[in-house]
Structure formats: C-alpha cells, structure tokens
Design a protein around this ligand. Structure first.
Ligand code: MG
Ligand code: FE
Length: 176
C-alpha cells in the first residue's frame, strides 16, 4: 500500500478536494447568514442565533484553511469564492417572497444538514488517511453544525406560528 502522504495518492487528492468544497461551503454560508441576519427585524431570537453561527462559521473557514495549508503551504481560499455569488443570488431570491422568514429558516435548516453530511464525509476520509488533525477539527465543526441544525429544527414551528400571527395582524410586518 502507498504511503498516505505521497502527492499522487488519489485518497489525498480527494481529501484536499473535499476540504476545498467545505471551505467554499463555509464562504457561502457566511454570505447567506449575514444577508439573513441583516434583514431580520421582528424575530430577535432567530437573528441572535444566526449571529452566533456567523462567528462560528468564520472560525470554521479558518480551521479548514489550516487543514488545507498543511497539504499546500501556498493555499489561499481565493478560488473558492464562487459560492459567494451563488449565496448572494439565493439570499436575494428569498426577499421576493412574502414568507421570507419561513423560507429562510427552511433553507437554513437544509444548509446545516448539507454541512453535517460534508463533515461526516471529511471525518471518514481523514480517519482513513490517518490525518488526525483534520479529523479532530472536522469533528469539532460537526458538533457546531449539529447544534445549529437542531436549533433550527426545534424553532421552525415557533417561527412559523409567529409569522402566521403577524401575517393576520393589521399594520404589522410579518415577512422579516
Ligand atoms: Mg459551517
Ligand atoms: Fe453551519
């Protein structure tokens, strides 16, 4: 069997590729969450939880960068920024709907679960390669994504009902 550290090991290539995907995903998450938090006016609990997760997300991006830099010292995340544009488009699309707050929370829950799947894959790959640093970092990030997904799932009913209550109240804005 080949050494895990040789440059032409396809498993290392995949791990690096998946780390880059994760980095792009976090950049996209940051853009999306910033946009959401900035627009929320009437749902302070959701806004506060999103703001907490923005700080976590920025730190996650730095942690993934550190994993990539251990394989490639010259790594810079510049090439991973395509997702930022996509995220901007998604966030703007959400503004057009009158149930923006509900759709945003729904999308947020879906996105956290995408992140959970991505880090579960990265943990397995890092473990297979004996890269314990990457494995531990991804395990730590995974816990934050699980906590955020769980918070969203638990609060979706409350957000939905608060939205509906506001929607039927005259002169009260419900959408954000
Ligand atoms: Mg994340
Ligand atoms: Fe997340």
């Amino acid at each position: 069997m080949q050494s895990a550290q040789t440059g032409n090991d396809v498993r290392v290539e995949r791990l690096i590729e998946w780390l880059r995907d994760a980095h792009a995903m976090e950049a996209q998450a940051e853009t999306m969450l910033n946009k959401q938090a900035a627009r929320i006016e009437n749902y302070p609990e959701l806004k506060a939880r999103i703001e907490q997760h923005i700080v976590e997300t920025q730190n996650q991006a730095r942690l993934i960068e550190s994993c990539l830099q251990r394989y490639d010292k010259s790594y810079s995340g510049i090439k991973d920024l395509g997702g930022k544009m996509m995220a901007m488009g998604q966030a703007m699309g959400g503004m057009m709907v009158s149930d923006e707050i509900v759709k945003g929370a729904q999308m947020g829950y879906v996105f956290e679960n995408l992140e959970i799947a991505s880090y579960t894959i990265l943990i397995a790959a890092a473990e297979a390669l004996g890269d314990t640093q990457t494995q531990q970092i991804c395990e730590r990030i995974l816990q934050e994504e699980i906590a955020m997904a769980e918070w969203m799932r638990q609060h979706l009913p409350q957000i939905t009902q608060a939205y509906l209550t506001r929607a039927v109240t005259p002169d009260v804005e419900a959408k954000r």
